[in-house]
Design a binder for this molecule. Structure first.
Ligand SMILES: [Zn+2]
Ligand SMILES: [Zn+2]
Length: 292
């Protein structure tokens, strides 16, 4: 299997960074063009600004162009990352309802775009307790009408404050409690911050063995590949360029070549600083991965 790696790219029709030439259209299909520009062959998008409550606004012709372009250039699988405001664990009725509505719109947008995955953070229980928070999350998910060709992925979290999903047990519990078929996305920076050491070959082997034990590797459908600016177990979520953070090249080399990871698509959410782009990070991942 060839290496499936790409970046989180913008769908915007306007320039989003200094080195971005003018995109070809004003639609979602710009994401495909951006992915090709950075040398990726899969990847992630937001359907709207993730900092606000907003509905995805995908016209039929845009969706068609997105599917056609992805197909032509053999780019996929894609994943939609939901809004950061979504909180599946919340005990607050109003926030739960908004989260539910937002999730429903995202799974419908995914269906329209031919995107198989919608990635979500569990959110914070804000005092309700871990058990209640996980029950809330499963209940919200089960209240959705998820199209057959779309799967919700629960993303592993850095586990700060009352946020859930830092512990692999949390992911397993939601998968167990929900009647809806769910899978997971492992974010390497989050897992590391949550206390899973990925900086050495032994740490990588132990972490993936534990993930297999607790959740089951058959549920691992995507990886967010990020290095971490903070040390293991700090619960601090700040992404670094691959190899530049506390996970480092040794950790990533072991991770990328581990048999549990070799066939899993990887999406980078690395920073755009120090003059290092997604292109640099994708190239670096290719260097760290052994040829077949
Ligand atoms: Zn995320
Ligand atoms: Zn992530």
């Amino acid at each position: 299997m060839t290496l499936n790696v790409g970046a989180h790219v913008s769908i915007s029709g306007s320039k989003t960074s200094g080195d971005d030439e003018s995109p070809p259209s004003d639609g979602v299909d710009n994401a495909v063009w951006r992915q090709r520009n950075v040398g990726g062959n899969c990847g992630q998008i937001f359907t709207h600004s993730p900092q606000v409550w907003q509905s995805p606004d995908v016209e039929d012709d845009e969706a068609e162009a997105f599917r056609a372009e992805s197909d032509t250039h053999d780019i996929g699988p894609w994943v939609i990352h939901t809004s950061y405001l979504v909180n599946l664990c919340t005990p607050k009725e109003g926030l739960r309802e908004k989260s539910r509505e937002s999730m429903q719109e995202e799974v419908e947008a995914a269906h329209k775009l031919g995107i198989p995955y919608v990635n979500v953070h569990l959110g914070a229980h804000t005092g309700a307790g871990v058990e209640q928070g996980l029950e809330n999350a499963a209940a919200v998910i089960d209240s959705l009408d998820v199209p057959d060709d779309v799967t919700i992925l629960i993303e592993s979290d850095a586990g700060s404050g009352t946020k859930l999903g830092g512990d692999f047990e949390h992911l397993a519990t939601v998968l167990e409690l929900a009647d809806t078929d769910l899978d997971i996305c492992l974010d390497t920076a989050h897992a590391f911050a949550a206390g899973y050491d990925l900086s050495t070959p032994e740490g990588v082997a132990d972490t993936l063995a534990e993930l297999d034990d607790v959740v089951g590797l058959e549920h691992l459908k995507y990886v967010h590949l990020n290095d971490s600016k903070h040390e293991c177990g700090t619960n601090k979520d700040e992404h670094a360029h691959i190899g530049d953070g506390h996970i480092g090249d040794e950790g990533f080399e072991a991770f990328l070549n581990h048999e549990a990871i070799r066939d899993v698509p990887l999406a980078l959410e690395t920073p755009t600083e120090d003059g290092r782009s997604y292109e640099w990070n994708i190239q670096h991942v290719k260097e760290l991965r052994d040829e077949e």
